[in-house]
Design a protein around this ligand. Structure first.
Ligand code: F6R
Length: 614
């Protein structure tokens, strides 16, 4: 969702803000804007529809001077993408400018009240209501900006990370958060603000993450002060960010998504490091050791997540049930949060999230905790809200994921779930040491095998050209491979805008097979040892209806391979590890089809990387 950047210090703000917006452009890219206070004390706001490049072009002949400023890249919630709706928003008098990430749910009521008081609006956004409300309190109570922000936020229902500038106080930025992330970078005599740490790393490694209902007053002379909405001072720990600048740049690849697909073998090595010993005899998680009572004796596990992370959760269910013999449910976080789940003491909720900021997953965690469940987070983004709001958990350690379509985070999540299932199973004695060692040996070999799969990139690229003009796709899989089919379909939809559906292969005959004709490409993940003959029959049914089958098979397969139109081979591994290998060619297939279609792979239309609103 929207990205926020801010700067106050001795340097010119605008170049820092623009660079920050580029780092955050993966969060929102339908419009962007900046606001600075210049030496003359003028508060300027410049905005443009489109990408940060469009904004930069627009700025070329403007007065962009000033050592204090805020900036925003937008993902539309209220109002279409256009210059008027872009942030920052001015207050009516032009003395305040404000940026916002989140949703003000009661904006319509507040707007009505403000209109009655004579305020006028130039945009359709909920954000403009907030800046006008702050102005109203400032005028009404003849107060300073901080008190006006406190009064306004007390009226707001919803989620926000905001930053405000006041023309009358060119030495201060006020920022606040509730349910939308906000990080403050601490430099030497300068401060930075951002929705996540990526814009901060080139300036500082010292960061404070604001908590909900907190306000930061960042003053050029008196420094940083953090208070609650009610005005009580808060002492915050300073976190150290260990983010390598190279990890957030493309490093010679055409797109972040391709870079991230190719990083996967290294990511999985990082993910396993320190958890599995090199001999492959032990798998350990301190989170399991420290919380053995809750995790080993759980009545039930419930996995909550959204999108790709939900698909990883489906694989997690099969892993935990097979290895640990604990029942597992998997819920969409967005459904779970508004259900009335039968959940409480004795239940463990596993929340999975790449960004660690997904609003629905955060709300699901809150509900689960309020009912007494123990919550375990599987997160990529270090220090994120989900990481901080769960009782324990594991990072996946795959590094920043910038491409909007999730790739390396998915395989990282599946790897953590696999290790976690094996660790819990061993502690519960539901697997033997010999079984554990066999499984760990196979898992340790996965990065090497993944690299073999990646070496087929050119062949997959040329296969993709055949399907550039397909209107629909079906993806099929069974058992561990069913979520892989769902994930393959999601990847294709997201970046190529081709309609795609994933099904458990045997479900075809209950309806979807009616869709199959000579125009229908069907991708079948056919690596199952146990259900090989069943999957073979499913493929025969599609071939009998002239469907074009692309099969993902195990190297050496000579039955399915002969029957289908196109084959992608995977190295042999254990049944439960095929999702890690099979998802790679599906990522590449989606990537190359989208590239052939000329789509913006890293920033697909309508999507945002971090879904911080409902
Ligand atoms: C798909 C994708 C989304 C996310 C979903 C959850 O490629 O990226 O479906 O998986 O929005 O996001 P996180 O994992 O950040 O909670």
């Amino acid at each position: 969702m929207c990205g926020i950047v801010g700067y106050i210090g001795m340097q010119e703000a605008c170049p820092i803000l623009i660079k920050g917006l580029r780092r955050l452009e993966y969060r929102g890219y339908d419009s962007a804007g900046v606001s600075m206070i210049n030496e003359k004390g003028e508060l300027n706001v410049f905005k443009a529809k489109g990408k940060v490049d469009d904004l930069e072009a627009f700025l070329s002949d403007k007065d962009i001077s000033g050592t204090i400023g805020i900036a925003h890249t937008r993902w539309a919630t209220h109002g279409i993408p256009c210059r008027e709706n872009a942030h920052p928003h001015f207050s009516s008098s032009g003395t305040l400018s404000l940026i916002h990430n989140g949703i003000i749910e009661n904006y319509a009521t507040l707007k009505e009240r403000l209109i009655e008081k004579g305020f006028t609006f130039v945009s359709d956004t909920d954000t403009e209501v907030l800046v006008q409300l702050i102005e109203y309190y400032k005028l009404e109570y003849k107060s300073d900006l901080l008190s006006a922000v406190q009064r306004a936020l007390a009226q707001v229902i919803g989620a926000y990370a905001i930053a405000v500038l006041d023309k009358n106080n060119p030495d201060e930025i006020i920022a606040a958060r509730k349910a939308s992330p906000l990080a403050i970078g601490l430099g030497e005599g300068e401060y930075f603000l951002a929705s996540d740490a990526t814009p901060l790393v080139e300036y500082t490694h010292k960061v404070i993450y604001l908590d909900d209902d907190e306000i930061a007053v960042i003053n050029r002379n008196s420094g940083l002060q953090i208070i609650t909405l009610q005005g009580q001072a808060v002492n915050h720990e300073v976190s150290e960010i260990n983010l390598d600048l190279g990890a957030i740049e493309k490093g010679g690849y055409e797109h972040f998504m391709l870079k991230e697909i190719f990083e996967q073998p290294d990511c999985l090595v990082n993910c396993m490091r320190g958890r599995i010993n090199p001999e492959g005899t032990i798998v350990r998680f301190s989170s399991v050791i420290d919380n053995a009572e809750q995790l080993l004796n759980a009545r039930r596990y419930i996995i909550v997540a959204c999108g790709t992370s939900w698909h990883a959760g489906l694989i997690g269910k099969t892993l935990i049930e097979n290895f640990c013999r604990i029942p597992v449910e998997v819920a969409y976080a967005s459904e779970f949060r508004y259900s009335n789940p039968v959940i409480g003491n004795g239940d463990v909720v596993i929340a999975i999230s790449q960004s660690g900021e997904t609003a629905d997953t955060l709300a699901a965690i809150e509900l689960a905790r309020s009912r007494g469940a123990f919550v375990y987070g599987i997160v990529n983004s270090v220090g994120s809200s989900i990481a901080r709001n769960t009782q324990t958990g594991s990072y996946i350690h795959v590094g920043p994921e910038i491409g909007v379509a999730s790739t390396k985070a998915f395989t990282g999540q599946v790897t953590v779930l696999t290790m976690l299932a094996l660790c819990i199973a061993k502690e519960r004695n539901t697997i033997t040491q010999a079984e554990l060692e066999e499984a760990l040996g196979e898992l340790l070999a996965i990065p090497g095998k993944m690299a073999e799969v990646l070496s087929q990139n050119d062949a997959i690229a040329s296969l993709s050209r055949t399907f550039t003009y397909a209107q629909n796709f079906i993806y099929l899989g069974r058992g561990y491979n069913y979520p892989v089919a769902l994930e393959g379909a999601l990847k294709l939809k997201e970046i190529s805008y081709i309609h795609a559906e994933g099904y458990p292969a045997a479900e075809m005959k209950h309806g979807p097979i009616a869709l199959v004709d000579a125009e229908m490409p069907v991708v079948v993940v056919a690596t199952n040892k146990l259900l090989y003959d069943k999957v073979l029959s499913n493929i025969q049914e599609i071939k009998a209806r002239q469907g074009k089958v692309i099969a993902i098979v195990v190297k050496g397969d000579d039955t399915i391979s002969k029957l289908v139109d196109y084959v992608i081979e995977l190295p042999e591994t254990a049944e439960f590890l095929y999702p890690l290998l099979a998802s790679v060619p599906l990522q590449l297939l989606a990537y190359h089809i989208a590239v052939c279609k000329g789509k913006n792979v890293d920033q697909p239309r309508n999507l945002a990387k971090s879904v911080t609103v409902e």
